[in-house]
Every structure is written in structure tokens, then in C-alpha cells.
Write a protein that binds this ligand. Structure first.
Ligand code: AMP
Length: 295
């Protein structure tokens, strides 16, 4: 009988949130990057079918530590979690462009805490004691920090604390608990993290992984724009849509007409530019999403 040999080829390990606000968007980003990750129900590990990647599904707070001790090579967390964890050699690789929120001080509406200075010698409940303490030190304030793991917003109504310091995304939770924001102490979004010095054996897999993720991030908010236009309008159109480098101009069967293709960011000026194109003589303008861009 032969003993199955363990596969010794290097495998990149990625730690991500098991469930919660950023779990779904992270999986969505990985899948859009072309990674075929099986749905394993309640399993806390999954191996990509088409890439040397294993995913570990963990509690958010544990992710920086797992990257620090080498059980995972990379991780996905909010910057607030990274800063709170205090592992100096675990650092941000790049932002993943979602999960924007801010850590804010808040107090009961119309109460006697209206501004940051009113927090002197008060009790503040938070699940971010490190970030809060740093903020208080910067402001020269002294307050008692009550550490909680969740449901921080309940603390003032239970008289457990006078104020809170918690993550705010839409602001609905503060509103529902009759709390009012006083000051933002930290702005956060979701980032990819790794050790400063990574395992050299896995560096090639790591850069292939980054290429895939980055290609999806590059394509977000970009649109492919194709149109027909009279030849005499080419220069005008080029000025309206400068494109990634320069637009592609192709001759059409109809004399004096061309097809123009460009890749354009969908920013505040996008629709104004599309009207300008029409005014410049363009017609049959096709606007399509782009899955990935590799620069
Ligand atoms: P919201 O009502 O959308 O402002 O969300 C506030 C609640 O969601 C608070 O209980 C926060 O602790 C939590 N929360 C908001 N944003 C995040 C985030 N990015 N990561 C984890 N928890 C969050």
C-alpha cells in the first residue's frame, strides 16, 4: 500500500473574515479575480481550484496575529483592526477599495457631552482601546476606557459609560441609539496585509495573486467607450476622451467615418463628456463595464 505523498509545492495562505461586513465583498473580489474557490459550507479552510492559494476563514481580530506568526502569508482586514492589533512588522500592502468607515466618538444626543474636551475624566466604552488611548494622549485628555467586544452603542443607556468610541458606516446605529457623533478619530478602509518580509519561496505566487487582484481594482469605475464619428471630429473627440493612453481609431467602410475606442473613468465629469461627444458628432456610443485591466 502506498502512503499518499503530501504536496510540497508552495501554497499562499490568505486569512479573511469568516463572517461579517467585509467577508462577502472579499470573497466577491477573489472570485472576480478569477480564483475558483469552492463553497465548503461551514469549513474554515478552502483551497482554490485553479491557483496555489488556501483561504483561512477567521475572526477578524485574529487575522493580524495569524499573519504575524506565519500561519497565513497575507490577510484582509480593516485598517482599524490592523492599527488596533499593534504588530509592527505586519503592514498594509494596498487598499482593496471597500469597507470605508470611521472610528468616532459619540455621546447621548442633547446631553452634557457636546465636544471632545467634555470627555475629560469621563468613561468611554469602545472595542478600540488602543486607538482611543492614542487619541486621548494626543489631545492631552484623561478618561476611563471601558473595553467591550461589541454592541458598544448600548453602553451609555446602561450607564456603563458616558460616551462611546465605535465604527460608524451609515450612522444608522448611532441614530437608533440616540447617540450623536462628536469627532472622528480614525478613518478606515479594507486593506491587504502581510509581513514586511515575506517567505521568498512564495514571492512569485504572491505577485501573481496581486496582479489578479489589482487588475480587478484597476477596472472598477472604468468604462469601455466605443463610438462612430466623422473623421474631421477625431481631434475634438480625443480632447474630450484622452483614454488610458491614446484612443484606438479604426477606419469604417463608410468613407470619412471612423470607430473610436477609449477606456474612461466614470467620474463626475463622465456624463458631461458623453454629451460633449454627441455634440462633436459621435453617434452609436457604446458604454460597457470592464472586468479587469492590467497596466
Ligand atoms: P452603521 O449603523 O452602518 O453606522 O454601522 C455601525 C455598526 O456597525 C457599529 O456597531 C460598528 O461597530 C459596526 N461597523 C460599522 N462599520 C464597520 C466595519 N467596517 N467593520 C466592522 N464593524 C463595522
Amino acid at each position: 500500500m502506498s502512503i499518499p505523498q503530501e504536496n510540497t509545492s508552495p501554497l499562499l495562505r490568505l486569512a479573511i473574515q469568516k463572517s461579517g461586513r467585509i467577508a462577502e465583498e472579499t470573497m466577491d473580489l477573489l472570485r472576480k479575480s478569477g480564483l475558483d474557490i469552492p463553497k465548503n459550507g461551514r469549513s474554515l479552510r478552502a483551497r482554490a481550484k485553479n491557483f496555489p492559494l488556501e483561504i483561512l476563514f477567521l475572526r477578524t481580530k485574529d487575522i493580524p496575529e495569524v499573519v504575524q506568526n506565519g500561519l497565513a502569508d497575507i490577510g484582509v482586514v480593516g485598517q482599524n483592526v490592523l492599527e488596533e492589533s499593534q504588530f509592527p512588522s505586519v503592514t498594509e500592502v494596498f487598499s482593496l477599495g471597500f469597507g470605508e468607515c470611521h472610528l468616532a466618538l459619540a455621546a447621548p444626543k442633547n446631553g452634557n457631552i457636546q465636544k471632545t474636551q467634555d470627555l475629560q475624566q469621563r468613561k468611554i466604552a469602545t472595542s478600540h482601546p488602543v486607538l482611543l488611548q492614542k487619541f486621548l494622549d494626543r489631545k492631552g485628555l484623561s478618561a476611563e476606557i471601558i473595553s467591550m467586544n461589541g454592541s458598544v452603542e448600548i453602553a451609555p443607556s446602561l450607564k456603563l459609560a458616558d460616551a462611546i468610541c465605535d465604527l460608524v458606516s451609515t450612522g444608522n446605529t448611532l441614530l437608533a441609539n440616540q447617540l450623536e457623533e462628536i469627532e472622528t478619530i480614525f478613518s478606515s478602509e479594507v486593506v491587504l496585509i502581510s509581513m514586511d518580509e515575506r517567505d521568498q519561496e512564495k514571492e512569485e505566487i504572491f505577485s501573481d495573486f496581486l496582479l489578479r487582484i489589482q487588475s480587478v481594482l484597476n477596472a472598477r469605475k472604468m468604462k469601455s467607450v466605443v463610438m462612430n464619428a466623422p473623421k474631421k471630429s477625431i481631434e475634438k473627440i480625443k480632447n474630450i476622451l484622452p483614454g488610458l493612453e491614446s484612443p484606438t481609431v479604426m477606419p469604417l467602410e463608410e468613407k470619412d467615418w471612423v470607430a473610436i475606442h477609449s477606456v474612461v473613468r466614470e467620474d463626475e465629469e463622465f456624463w458631461e463628456n458623453i454629451s460633449q461627444l454627441k455634440k462633436a458628432g459621435a453617434c452609436g456610443i457604446l458604454i460597457s463595464p470592464i472586468d479587469r485591466i492590467i497596466f
